[in-house]
Design a protein around this ligand. Structure first.
Ligand code: NAD
Length: 262
């Protein structure tokens, strides 16, 4: 039997065909999952619609709006999903945002507003989504929540600035949520992915330099692909990882273990 047969999975964070969320969605779909998608706004709705139309069985896949900064949208999303599905097995949270100036400027110049915005969208939204997903996952007898992070939370990566602090908060949220939701058999994990060319990543200047460095220095001497990260997402979504919670798994060809290499 396929790994995800009978599992209902909500994917948040598809913007286009390069999105990491799309890579995870494809892996889950390959293993028989039933999928629902969110889109951030009307501008991105068409993109998500077109992509979803490529999937077999797309006629039955709910496509729902959710901008996490708009009061009430998270709650409305899970209400609607509850009506349609009555339960939820997997939540993929793959969303982040920061103003350009808070990434490319000096760290010391980050404003309170920029800090709040980046943290609200990129870190708090996991807590908000988990709160409304919980009853639906309890109705399924448990569930798996997966979020996306980056190594800049652990080490200084130039030009990551405010997003690094948001990712540190997000990883902390993973641990606290895992502790609190564990008794309901809900697991919460993060994937710390190597750099992939996506819309969000284009806001971080110098991404191609970091990708060159990965090829040169990562133990596996290559960059990660959207499909590879998708498969790690599949592992965390499936029962294969049933004893794993509160973890941040590095999907980066080992780059994070490297100290000094000559
Ligand atoms: P992406 O641009 O394809 O996805 C980012 C998503 O965030 C988009 O779908 C966007 O609509 C959504 N989003 C932004 N603001 C939102 C809001 N207010 N409400 C709802 N959704 C909102 O880029 P991606 O690289 O696939 O990013 C997905 C996740 O992966 C992010 O958390 C990112 O930080 C993380 N990540 C990316 C890389 C990389 O190199 N691409 C590496 C590690 C981690």
């Amino acid at each position: 039997m396929a790994l995800m047969q009978g599992k209902k999975c909500l994917i948040m964070g598809v913007a286009n065909h390069r999105s990491i969320a799309w890579g995870i969605a494809r892996a889950l779909h390959r293993e028989g999952a039933e999928l629902a998608f969110t889109y951030q706004n009307d501008r991105l709705k068409g993109n998500v619609e077109k992509l979803v139309a490529e999937l077999e069985g797309h006629e039955n896949m709910p496509l729902l709006p959710c901008d996490v900064t708009i009061e009430g949208q998270l709650e409305a999303l899970f209400d609607e999903l509850g009506k349609r599905w009555g339960k939820l097995d997997v939540l993929v949270h793959s969303m982040a945002y920061a103003r350009t100036e808070d990434l490319t400027g000096r760290f010391i110049d980050i404003t309170a507003d920029g800090y709040k915005l980046a943290h609200e969208i990129s870190a708090w939204s996991l807590i908000g989504a988990a709160k409304y997903a919980k009853p639906l996952m309890e109705a399924a007898g448990g569930g798996s929540i997966i979020t996306m992070t980056y190594m800049a939370s652990e080490r200084v990566v130039e030009r990551y600035n405010v997003m690094a602090t948001a990712k540190a908060a997000l990883e902390c949220n993973v641990r606290y949520l895992a502790a609190e939701l564990g008794p309901s058999n809900i697991r919460v994990n993060g994937i710390s992915a190597g750099p992939i060319r996506t819309l969000a990543a284009s806001a971080v200047k110098g991404l191609s330099d970091i990708r060159d460095l990965m090829e040169e220095k990562a133990p596996l001497r290559r960059n990660v692909t959207q499909d590879e990260v998708g498969d790690v997402g599949l592992f965390l979504a499936s029962d294969l990882s049933r004893c794993v919670t509160g973890e941040i798994i590095h999907a980066d060809n080992g780059f994070n273990i490297v100290g000094v290499t000559l």
